[in-house]
Design a protein around this ligand. Structure first.
Ligand SMILES: Cc1cc2nc3c(=O)[nH]c(=O)nc-3n(C[C@H](O)[C@H](O)[C@H](O)COP(=O)(O)OP(=O)(O)OC[C@H]3O[C@@H](n4cnc5c(N)ncnc54)[C@H](O)[C@@H]3O)c2cc1C
Length: 439
């Protein structure tokens, strides 16, 4: 009987059985990272730097995810709001490299934690200050996305990561509690990768979903940020008038953070392609209306043009793993002995979360680690752990943990987490939980 013969009646419940077929195996890397957003980039670099054969696959034709052409070009935040740095490692390396290229702007260390109203106002104009008073200058960074992508390609190449763009993960095959095969799809058709350890940095938790792990998912309002060029009269200290928009490292260009409750038409299911398609159309129309309004009403925008609209719809929250531990509001300020990363909160001062290794793993799959915006937290804490610096920090931890698991036959629950913490700290990461045992 052919696949077509087995198709069922009609309607939404109709199914069609795909005939079984042989698929080519294109690689057997030590570590496969799926999704090249901020978290996946950090994971791949951390893995390759520890000597593992590392592959990074990405469904789109560019890297960075929301952090690049999602136009979320603000690192919020690497500090705790009181002047103390809480994220470093690979994220700090990006800040330094982008800064040396003139592609990043941030307050000096001497300003972090300052409540000086003038300084707060200056950095608010760059999109670096959010939240309720009393506000302080944060260690946050505005950056230029094309440079972020270029820096990423250079680093991936230098570290020997095998990058496969235009290649999406479509399925996994699990045997005896571990992922045996990852099915990817591209213009080359369906192909298979057989890795020892997999890192899911898809943002939407595609890999852990295909592998059967539990997740939480709620409807959300979409965003679509955009940039305008040719704005006149913009100085570092000139106030925003006629709208909300941020300075960028390019003269005359602003970043407009459009969307969310009160702006987007309706909440959507962020993993439903029909909802996503509708959101792309309605958000674009709304963006064009806002461009026209700014031209009409905002000082300096009369001759301004639309530079670009985010190519990556602004999905603040998608599937969150229900992992071995779910980080919650009450964990703010609580030290965890298995903490592998930490994060401040972009709207709150003095709040720091240790991120335990158990938030990256799931009881459902033995050789899978998660990082970035889909790790195991409640909605409340997700506000903090989803941010780009935190995503890079958990990505770095996941990449290093994946390499540690190569010595345990891919069993990510069997690694020595204290050794992992020492390894991460030696590489410049801030792991929280108090100093690692032998330092
Ligand atoms: C509107 C909005 C405003 C925000 N504001 C800020 C801010 O000001 N500062 C800040 O620091 N953070 C902010 N964030 C959060 C931050 O941008 C993201 O949470 C962060 O960039 C997530 O990084 P990630 O790598 O986990 O996921 P993503 O950036 O989503 O990357 C996931 C990658 O995986 C790829 N992928 C997905 N599925 C597959 C698949 N099946 N196979 C292969 N590849 C796949 C995607 O194409 C993408 O490249 C904001 C987010 C939104 C939406």
């Amino acid at each position: 009987m052919t696949g077509e013969d087995m198709s069922s009646a009609q309607g939404a419940s109709a199914t069609w059985r795909e005939p079984a077929r042989e698929l080519p195996v294109i690689g057997r890397p030590d570590v496969l990272v799926v999704g090249a957003g901020a978290a996946g980039i950090a994971a791949a670099l951390a893995s390759a730097r520890r000597g593992a054969e590392t592959w990074l696959v990405e469904r789109l034709g560019y890297v960075g995810g929301l952090a690049s052409f999602g136009l979320i070009n603000l690192l919020l935040t690497l500090d705790d709001g009181e002047g103390n740095q809480v994220v470093a490692g690979i994220c700090q390396e990006f800040v330094d490299t982008l800064g040396s290229l003139g592609a990043a702007r941030r307050p000096d260390r001497s300003e972090w934690g300052s409540e000086d109203p003038e300084a707060v106002e200056r950095w608010r104009n760059w999109g670096l200050i959010w939240g309720a008073p009393p506000e302080s200058v944060r260690y946050s960074v505005a950056f230029e996305p094309e440079s972020f992508v270029n820096v990423t390609y250079d680093l991936l190449e230098a570290e020997g990561v095998t990058l496969r763009l235009h290649t999406g993960c479509a399925a996994t095959h699990t045997a005896a509690g571990s992922i045996e095969a990852v099915v990817v799809e591209s213009k080359a058709g369906r192909e298979v990768i057989i890795p020892t350890v997999i890192v899911d940095t898809t943002g939407d938790g595609d890999v852990f979903t295909y592998a059967g792990a539990d997740a939480e998912l709620v409807p959300i309002y979409p965003h679509q940020w955009f940039r305008m060029g040719g704005v006149t009269g913009l100085g570092d200290d000139s106030p925003m008038e006629g709208g909300i928009y941020f300075r960028t490292t390019d003269p005359g260009r602003v970043l407009v953070p459009w969307g969310g409750p009160g702006f987007a038409e309706a909440r959507i299911n962020p993993v439903d392609p029909v909802d996503l398609t509708n959101a792309e159309l309605t958000c674009r129309r709304a963006v064009m209306a806002e461009v026209a309004r700014l031209r009409e009403e905002a000082p300096g925008f009369g001759e301004a043009w639309l530079d670009d609209i985010a190519k990556h719809l602004g999905i603040t929250e998608s599937r969150r793993l229900v992992g071995d531990y779910m980080l919650q509001k009450e964990d703010g300020g609580r030290p965890f002995t298995d903490s592998v990363a930490q994060t401040g909160h972009w709207t709150k001062r003095g709040v720091v979360y240790d991120i335990p290794y158990r938030c990256l793993t799931t009881p459902a799959v033995e050789n899978l680690i998660t990082a970035g915006r889909c790790i195991s937290t409640t909605r409340y804490v997700h506000q903090a752990t989803k941010e780009i610096p935190a995503a890079m920090a958990t990505g770095e931890a996941a990449g290093a943990a994946a390499v540690a698991a190569l010595n345990t036959g891919g069993r990510v629950h069997a690694i020595d987490v204290e050794t992992l913490r020492l390894d991460l700290a030696a590489g410049g990461a801030l792991v929280g939980g108090g100093p690692p045992a032998d330092t």
